[in-house]
Design a protein around this ligand. Structure first.
Ligand SMILES: Cc1ncc(COP(=O)(O)O)c(C=O)c1O
Length: 474
């Protein structure tokens, strides 16, 4: 229901409800029977009248960019252009990787063209075999697990912990077995997952833990950073992320030297292979002369098995040059996100039926997404969202539980498989704008609008609601 307000602000309630009724009563072929249709595209098709989200000019909107770029990034680009150095495979890429590796605290960092590519390659490194099991979170963006769709593996969605929206470590411990080859999780919205228990359980059974860190730049868990908590970290520097390399980019972080060699080959158009012993290479049919390109290497090895074709996933020098500057600004960008989140927590925490997405001591949230929960249920959430939308505050809802999407239902996944993820998405969860591009005036207005909308929806329990609940928990 929340998507109605966010995606169809210009559509009359009656028209929207009629469209949704048509869709649900005729059993929208993509949606879940007996549940309202939540997909903007389906409702657009049913009404023809709906205006897309972009048409609405919100006073406080989700960001067109998740980071801020300025004079320092321009200067880095000017340096690169004026240097007459290579524009790919050059020194900016290595410098960015070294800086990133040191920031995360991993032995290696290897850049690629996107977070999606990083995840594809990480899943390749897990060396999955037909029939293997993979444990995955249902509460993430589709790219976290998409590469599993066309593999002959059994995906087991473990439900999430409602406090964090991250995969529930207790469920992982109960599910992991010697058949489990990999665990795929996300640090939802920038809230670091409880990795200690998950990694211990995975390693007892020889499974690889892949962390989707797309939201997690700026997060810390007991002194350690996501990307160095599991076996492989996958970062995205997409336009909307906490740090961007000019709109697209990604990074893998890990400790194993062998993985570096394999990934470096794949991203530069060489296949990932198992070699025969180098002592018995195929002899060249003709003498190899120094001017012949590829002459030296081609007959030095024979490949026993091709594990994966190579591709070009090289981060450009321009992207890397901007990435270095962005990494220098990360502390400041992350502090601004935390400051806005603190203002929202203080405001929302006064209301008894609102639950915050707030980590305990020792855990730092990166607030790629600001999330809260309306525990009063679906009708109260709908009311609240409508009030926020009327006041010009954009509301979003991320992410639709993945096991219920058509592609995963086609593989046999069903409603009821992850009750917590379903309950929170359908009834309680809300995401508000929280990003460093917001002005102080916008933050003030957001807090005012949230207060007014909540006063209308759920009268506050008093100015000390948050403190009382903290005391009750202690
Ligand atoms: C959780 C998550 N994983 C992966 C990705 C994919 O990253 P990219 O857009 O860089 O391919 C995104 C976002 O775009 C994301 O939010």
């Amino acid at each position: 229901m929340i998507t109605r307000s966010a995606h169809f602000p210009n559509l009359e309630d009656a028209a929207f409800d009629a469209a949704r009724k048509t869709i649900t009563e005729t059993h929208c072929s993509f949606c879940i029977p007996r549940h309202p249709c939540y997909f903007p595209a389906h409702i657009t098709a049913a009404t023809g009248a709906a205006k897309p989200m972009e048409d609405r000019d919100y006073r406080v909107a989700f960001p067109t960019r998740g980071s801020i770029l300025g004079a320092a990034e321009l200067a880095a680009l000017a340096d690169l252009v004026n240097s007459e150095q290579m524009l790919s495979d050059g020194r900016w890429r290595s410098a960015f990787e070294h800086r990133f590796r040191d920031h995360v605290g991993s032995r290696h960092a290897l850049s690629v063209t996107s977070g999606t590519v990083a995840l594809e390659l990480a899943i390749h490194l897990a060396d999955l075999r037909p029939g293997d099991e993979v444990i995955a979170t249902p509460q993430t963006f589709s790219a976290t697990i998409h590469p599993l769709l066309d593999r002959d593996v059994r995906v087991h969605f473990c439900d999430i912990d409602p406090a964090t929206l991250n995969i529930d470590p207790a469920q992982v411990e109960a599910t992991v077995s010697d058949r489990t080859a990999a665990i795929l999780l996300v640090h939802y919205g920038g809230y670091p997952a409880e990795m200690e228990r998950i990694v211990a359980a995975a390693h007892r059974h020889g499974a690889v833990v892949i962390e989707d860190c797309a939201h997690a730049l700026g997060a810390v868990r007991h002194g350690r950073r996501p990307g160095a908590l599991g076996d492989i970290g996958c970062f995205s520097f997409h336009n909307t992320k906490n740090l961007t390399t000019l709109g697209e980019g990604g990074m893998l972080t890990f400790d194993r030297d062998e993985w570096y060699v394999r990934l470096d080959r794949i991203r530069s158009n060489q296949p990932d292979v198992v070699c025969r012993t180098p002592q018995s290479p195929t002899p060249p049919p003709t003498p190899l002369l120094p001017w012949m390109r590829f002459s030296g290497e081609v007959y030095a090895y024979d490949y026993a098995q091709i594990l994966r074709a190579g591709t070009n996933a090289t981060m450009s020098e321009a992207a890397a040059a901007v990435g270095i500057v962005q990494l220098d600004r990360l502390a400041e960008l992350a502090a601004r996100r935390r400051e806005i989140a603190r203002r929202l927590d203080d405001c929302l925490g006064r209301y008894g039926q609102i639950r915050l997405h707030r980590p305990p001591e020792g855990v730092t949230h990166a607030y790629h997404l600001y999330t809260f929960f309306v525990e009063a249920g679906q009708a109260a959430r709908e009311h609240l969202v409508k009030a926020l939308d009327r006041s010009g505050v954009e509301v979003q809802l991320r992410y639709f539980p993945l096991h219920l999407t058509p592609e995963w239902r086609a593989r046999g996944h069903r409603l009821g498989e992850c009750p917590q993820a379903e309950r929170l998405w359908f009834d309680q969860q809300v995401n508000l704008p929280c990003h460093p591009g917001m002005t102080d005036a916008q933050v003030d207005y957001l807090v005012e609008a949230v207060t007014a909308a909540l006063d209308e929806t759920l009268p506050p329990t008093g100015p000390t609601g948050l403190d009382e609940r903290a005391a009750a928990r202690a």
